[in-house]
Structures are given as C-alpha cells and as structure tokens.
Design a protein around this ligand. Sequence first.
Ligand code: SF4
Ligand code: SF4
Length: 433
Amino acid sequence: MNPIQQFLFIFLLIFFGYILLRRITIIKRNILLGEKKYKTSAKKKTRLKNLILIAFGQSKMFKKILPAVLHLMIYSGFIIINIEIIEIILDGILGTHRIFNVLGMPYYNVFISVIEFFVVLVLISCVIFLFRRNFMKIDRLRSPELKGWPIVDANLILVFEIILMLAILTMNASDLILQDLDRYNSTGNFYFSGFLKPLFINFSEMSLVILERTFWWVHIIGILLFAVYVTYSKHLHIFLAFPNIYHSDDQEKGKMNNMKSITNEIEMMMGLSSENVEEPPKRFGAKDITDLSWKNILEAYSCSECGRCTSVCPANITGKKLSPRKIMMDVRDRSEEIGKMKDKGLNHNDKSLLGDYISTEEIFACTSCNACVEECPININPLDIIIECRRYAALEDSNLPPEWNSMMQNIETNFSPWKFPIDDRSNWFKKDV
Ligand code: SF4
Ligand code: SF4
C-alpha cells in the first residue's frame, strides 16, 4: 500500500470514528431523556445469567427453529468476521499486506478459511432472509408500521451484508492468484475463495491487483459505513440488546408496580393509613418520552422490529389498532425528534408521544396479558410504556373510554366496579335474593 492510500485510510478511520462517536453521544443523550427512575429488580447473578443465555446464547429465539438458526448464523458470522477487521485496520495503518501472515501467525490460511466459512454462512442466511422478507407471506413482516423506511432499512442491511461478504471472497480469490504470480507473500490456500479462482485466472496481473485492492477498500469502507448506518437503523439491537437484557427486570409477569402516592391515597380512603407521606409525582403516567424511564427508551433503541410481540398480541390478532412493535418504534422516533429539537436549542414542540405518535385507541386496546413481554427475544417490555400512557390518560387527562369511567366511579363510590354497594356484591349467589 502506498503512502497516499495509507493517509487516505487513516483519514477515513478518523472521519468515520468521529461521526460514530457523535452518534453514540446523541443516542446516549436521547436514552437519558427518560426521567422516570428505573432500577432492575434482578440480582447481579440473574443479570449475568440472562446476559449469557438470552443475549449471547439467544435462547428466546429458539422457539422457531429456522429463523433462529439463520439469525445465529448471521450473529456468529458477524462476530468472527470482525476479527479479520483487526488485520485490515492494522494493514491500513501500517501500509502492510496481511500482517498476521507476515508476522508468522501459524495456520494463517486455516484462520482465513474459518472466517470464509462464516462469510458463506452469512451470505446464505442473508439471501434466505431477503427471500423470506420479500416473497413469503409472513404476517409479522408485513404489518402497516413497517411501510416506508423500516422495510427499506431491513432490506438495505441484508443487501449491504451480501455485498460485504462477496467483497471478502473476491478479495481473497484474487489475492490467491496474485500469490501464485509471486506478487504477494504466500499464505497457503483459502478453502472457500479457492473455488472462485477459476473466475479470475485469465485476468492480467494489473487487473487482479486492481480487483484485490478495490474489494479491500469496498470491504473496509463498507464496514465503516455499516458502523455509522447501524446507529440510524433497527440493527442497533446488535449492540444495545446486551445492556438491555442485562438491565431487564425479573419480577413475575403480570405484577404491576403501583404508584406509591395513589396506593397511599387509597389506603387513607380505606382507613388503612392516616397520612400520605409520598410526594405526588410531577406527572402521573407518561404523556411524552421524558415521562418514561431511560430503560423504556433504551428498549426502544434496542428493538429489532422483528414483530414477534405483535404476532402474539391478542388485541392485534383480533384486528385492533394496537401493535406493541409500533409502540417501541414510536418511542424511538419521538426520542430522535426530541433529541433533534434539543440540538437546535428547543425544549418543546407542540407534539407529544401520546396523541401524536400513540393514540388512546391503541393503549386502551391492550389487555395487559404480557404475551408481548414473554415473546420478545431481547426482554423488551412494551406493556410498561402502554401502562404509563394509560395512567396519563386516566389520571391527568381524564380521557378514558366511557364504560371505564363508570367503572372507576363505581370503584370510588361503591368500592366495587358494579353499580351496587360493596355489601351487595355477593348477592348473586344467595338463593333468596
Ligand atoms: S400486553 Fe397488551 S400489547 Fe402486549 S400482547 Fe398483551 S394485549 Fe398486546
Ligand atoms: S419489542 Fe421485541 S419482539 Fe417486539 S419487535 Fe421489538 S424486538 Fe421484536
């Protein structure tokens, strides 16, 4: 590699590194827009266990075997292939060619062949995923909330990965021929790209050098672009799934965290306590993302938009407008919007999460069944956000469905959801009444 290429490489590394760092700072700031306190109830041992089993082991993915295996192939490929990036970066900075081989790494060609094995696995998985997404009628991949950018994003990343994988194989195949021509140091055969050699065997030496260098650059620029692009994409889950799972709760599904000041108020009403020592919160429930916790927003940024939650949601299945996936997408979109406003020095606009992104029709369609929470492969809890929005609608906005309002009134006056006094609640089974 000549000094101009070396300089260009270092410049690109710094340039993309700066953009990436900026994006990470923005995302962290956006996640911390959530002001509600959050602390996981899970002990450290449980959190580490979750990290190993659910994050690294992807245990919740294995409910359906085909997507799980394909996903595992891409995920393991992503980790292994990135080891080669270390060599590419060192070569780019130092101006060397295959530095690990030059330094005498034993079984270098076996190492590259193993990486190529994962390259092929990723290639196959991406092609199958593209086919599934675009030509098979899988309901969860065709929901209305995926129209527009989300579907483009999902396809784009698959095409992107296919190009990157082909770049590695083409680069290695042309490298092998150049080794045969004594242009590059010998490494021994690479198992998979070795099969591609016949495609390029009649190329002139100069064409092969151009081919090899072009795909080397395609590969590294592709990786740098990918790193920045991911921060705008649902594929951020590749990184954020880990902290999200680590911080997830382990309390029984179905158990709701009551609002202390309300609980105290009711206890006072029932004569169980004499004073409400709890300070009422600034706002009951959530109207906007600033009323949520950082964990809710971290979950939104971690969501892979896979739709497994929506596919089991009874409200969605029975034709209601609610989709837990959309709830997570809305929280993320709104966080990005507020983040951009803050960048412009503005604190408010006339929009809010509840009302402009999520409608009351959606939140009141939820049965609180927790199926979405159970199903999510990375422990996201859309129900928590729905409950917070409902609390706002009920306690701050008095915007409940009419039938809920009369139920609430009955509870307040009769201590019972029905219209008759509490003492008459069990009359229905008494014979003489
Ligand atoms: S808790 Fe609500 S959003 Fe989640 S699956 Fe049940 S009904 Fe759907
Ligand atoms: S919340 Fe979980 S299950 Fe639902 S779309 Fe996001 S990652 Fe998938």
